[in-house]
Design a protein around this ligand. Structure first.
Ligand code: P53
Length: 477
């Protein structure tokens, strides 16, 4: 008998609230940190503004206007045969300022209706609690996740939404790409992960570890309380899994790459094992870092291990010990060098399908827990042909080659993979650049960087291709 993916394999697509919803000031929603983040482009940084400034562009305000289009969009997801749909809940829809005692009913109702629409087609919602946004008030008044009070407010928000949606949402994740802020030199990452611009801190790295401690404890508390609310819930963590290869077999490069990978494993280690690994305790000791912890934090971490690892995979990177200090923003690690064996996208992301099989194996060997590929995809400029169609063969090629490697990991290596949700299944706003023109979708959204466009939806060539992948459970690609 031919070895096949399990019948309940969760094919779907992924987005995040702020990148797709729009409706930034509707339904009682409060100002979020991404609402004061301007649009940039490749090579032009997004800027954090003090409130909303006239004459600047903020693409997240309207995003793909999913807030008003979700019924039609979900019908298109259903047409592709999605088994699941990953999105996030915008904290500022539920608690507009973040520190209210009572949630905003209109915000809860929006997600109620949207989840019902998904369930109508048997599409399971997969929900991230924190995906690069938080109420702006918690940053301006509390200092973001530096402040331990934010931990309690996040747990309150999480408890409210998990209780409200426990019968509609089985799969949850706590913090999206929590490890991005490890690259504290790039302001955008810290700002979106935790509302802190680390470069403005007296000791940025120590501050980053303090923030992380608060988020690790929050994540563990949420896992525990979620299981208390409903033992059937599956609550995962989420890690950006960019593997860092040794540039050469020079033992110095190999050792350097091993150390670099701790920037990924630290997050899996704490989330999945429930305690800080020796290498990080040693690093703190060596650098004289004092991370403030409460007496029962260790206990909380141990009792709140995540159920599965959600991961994003877009690219790999190579590091060379000789280049230490020449960091590139995307890899998030000093000493990155171009890998001569792989090609890069127009945004410099190095395309490496085999790297997906590699990360699935290293994570599974280390934790023996189910993995969920909750992001993978190819950001590109899509050009319509004379018939107005997008023939995105490059996207199909990218996704096909990654699915092939995922299948080898599952079928030949025995890695447990729960599902696969390509990023930006419908075109949305790019996180790193705030552009519309960096597109990932199977569904084209008529909206441009200059603000023009009608939000009309149309199917790209990849739409039918992905429909066939799902209906054949990955056999026909
Ligand atoms: P965009 C790397 C660097 C920055 C963000 O990104 C990343 C990664 C991937 O490891 O993360 C995610 O839109 C993120 C999404 C984001 C997606 O990558 O800049 O979780 O929110 O949209 C794609 O092309």
């Amino acid at each position: 008998m031919k070895n096949k993916l399990p019948n309940d394999f969760m094919w779907g697509g992924a987005v995040a609230a702020h990148q797709v919803e729009g409706g930034w000031d509707q339904g009682g929603k409060g100002l979020s940190i991404v609402d004061v983040l301007t649009s940039g482009s490749h090579g032009v940084d997004r800027v954090i503004t003090d409130g909303i400034k006239e004459g600047l562009r903020y693409a997240n305000h309207e995003a793909a206007d999913f807030y008003h289009h979700y019924r039609d969009d979900i019908a298109l997801f259903a047409e592709m045969g999605f088994k699941c749909f990953r999105t996030s809940i915008a904290w500022s829809r539920i608690f507009p300022q973040g520190d209210e005692l009572e949630p905003n009913e209109a915000g809860l109702k929006f997600y109620d209706d949207m989840f019902d629409e998904l369930l109508k087609y048997n599409i399971q919602p997969v929900v991230t609690l924190s995906h690069f946004e938080m109420p702006n008030h918690l940053v301006t008044e509390y200092g973001g996740w530096k402040n331990r009070k934010v931990l309690d407010l996040f747990v309150r928000f999480s408890e409210v939404v998990i209780k409200r949606f426990e019968h509609k949402v089985k799969y949850w994740m706590t913090f999206n790409e929590i490890n991005n802020q490890r690259n504290w030199k790039t302001p955008l990452f810290g700002y979106c992960c935790s509302g802190v611009v680390f470069t403005e801190e007296e000791n940025p790295e120590e501050c980053m570890y303090q923030v992380l401690h608060h988020q690790f404890v929050a994540s563990a508390q949420v896992v525990k309380l979620g299981h208390n609310i409903n033992p059937n819930l599956q609550i995962g963590c989420m890690i950006a899994m960019v593997p860092l290869y040794a540039y050469s077999c020079n033992p110095d490069d190999v050792m350097y790459a091993q150390e670099a990978m701790r920037e990924r494993f630290l997050f899996g280690d704490v989330h999945m094992r429930g305690y800080y690994p020796s290498y990080i305790l040693k690093e703190w000791q060596r650098k004289g870092y004092q991370i403030a912890m409460h007496a029962d934090d260790e206990k909380i971490l141990r009792e709140g291990c995540a159920d599965y690892i959600g991961l994003s995979y877009y690219m790999s990177n190579a590091v060379s010990s000789a280049e230490a200090g020449s960091g590139s923003a995307l890899s998030g690690f000093e000493g990155s060098v171009p890998n001569p064996y792989v090609k890069a996208s127009d945004w410099g992301w190095q395309i490496d399908p085999v790297g997906l099989r590699y990360v699935l194996n290293i994570l599974y060997e280390r934790y023996q827990k189910p993995l969920f590929i909750v992001e993978n995809g190819f950001g590109a400029i899509d050009v319509k042909d004379s018939k107005g169609e997008v023939n995105d063969d490059y996207r199909i090629a990218y996704l096909r080659s990654h699915i092939e490697q995922m299948k080898i990991a599952v079928l030949d290596d025995g890695v447990e993979v729960m599902g696969y949700t390509p990023w930006g299944c419908i075109d949305c706003v790019s996180f790193t650049t705030g552009q519309y023109s960096k597109r990932y979708g199977f569904i084209y959204v008529d909206k441009n960087d200059d603000g023009t466009g009608t939000f009309a939806r149309s199917k790209k060539k990849s739409f039918d291709w992905y429909r066939q992948v799902i209906s054949s459970n990955g056999e026909m690609m």
